[in-house]
Design a protein around this ligand. Structure first.
Ligand code: KIV
Length: 248
């Protein structure tokens, strides 16, 4: 993935064949099989219950829908505790059809990114707010608010780039710090809740089509109300099959 001065990289999540195909046909640059599927597909409270087998299954579905875009898949919680695990499990995502594997974390993950890169596994890093740590951290919190936190994020981004990461997701980072990170690395930064100055923007697909009305993050900006269409169609179906229905 390269920086292109004129265009912002577009990235969306997809978890199944039709959504992947919609993204691919619409010209999305990067499709992520995010472990956010634990929440928006499986109805879990957070992403920590997602397994590697589930990520493999969804990666296979998404692969069938993509001809053009870059396909990135998340290594789920606790599947990359060691460099050996990161390589072994990252390779399983590649074997399932991913072009690259994404892992969460900063300085502590540098040696794992290095090992994966050496093993020929393209890596996307992910720093800032880390959904896999939401239980440990007691909620979703903006990152980079203090000078020391900002400095650590910049250092992490630089070290992850040196270790071989091909791109970095910046999640829920103070926009000025996200800009600083973007200016201090040469690989693309892809932001979510990190301001407008990143090289790319990524969103959970449900957040832009209005597909998960029970939780809408502040940066979602939905362009459709798919939930309303589901409800309307379901109500019409339930009505039309009744014996006295005029729409039958
Ligand atoms: O799992 C996911 O969907 C993600 C994006 C929010 C970046 O990691």
């Amino acid at each position: 993935m390269v920086r292109d001065s004129g265009r912002v990289i577009s990235a969306l999540t997809a978890y199944d064949f039709p959504t992947a195909k919609f993204c691919d046909e619409s010209g999305v640059d990067l499709v992520l099989v995010g472990d956010s599927l634990g929440m928006v597909v499986a109805g879990l409270q957070d992403t920590t219950g997602v397994t590697l087998d589930q990520m493999i299954y969804h990666t296979q579905m998404v692969r069938r829908g993509i001809e053009r875009a870059l396909l990135v898949s998340d290594l789920p919680y606790k599947t990359y505790e060691t460099a050996e695990d990161a390589v072994k499990n990252g390779q399983r995502l590649i074997d399932a059809g991913a072009d690259a594997a994404k892992l969460e974390g900063g300085l502590g993950q540098v040696h794992k990114v290095e090992a994966m890169t050496k093993a020929g596994i393209p890596v996307v890093a992910h720093i800032g707010m880390l959904p896999q740590r939401v239980v440990e951290e007691g909620g979703y919190k903006k990152k980079g608010k203090s000078d020391s936190e900002a400095d650590i994020l910049v250092q992490a981004a630089q070290d992850l780039e040196s270790a071989g990461a091909g791109a970095i997701v910046l999640e829920s980072i103070v926009p000025s710090v996200a800009t600083r990170i973007t200016e201090s690395v040469s690989i693309p930064t892809i932001g979510i809740g990190a301001g407008t100055k990143c090289d790319g923007q990524i969103r959970v697909i449900h957040d832009i089509v209005g597909g998960y009305p029970w939780f809408v993050p502040p940066f979602a900006n939905p362009h459709a109300d798919i939930a309303a269409e589901y409800r309307r169609s379901i109500a019409l179906f339930c009505e039309e099959i009744q014996p006295q229905s005029a729409t039958k």
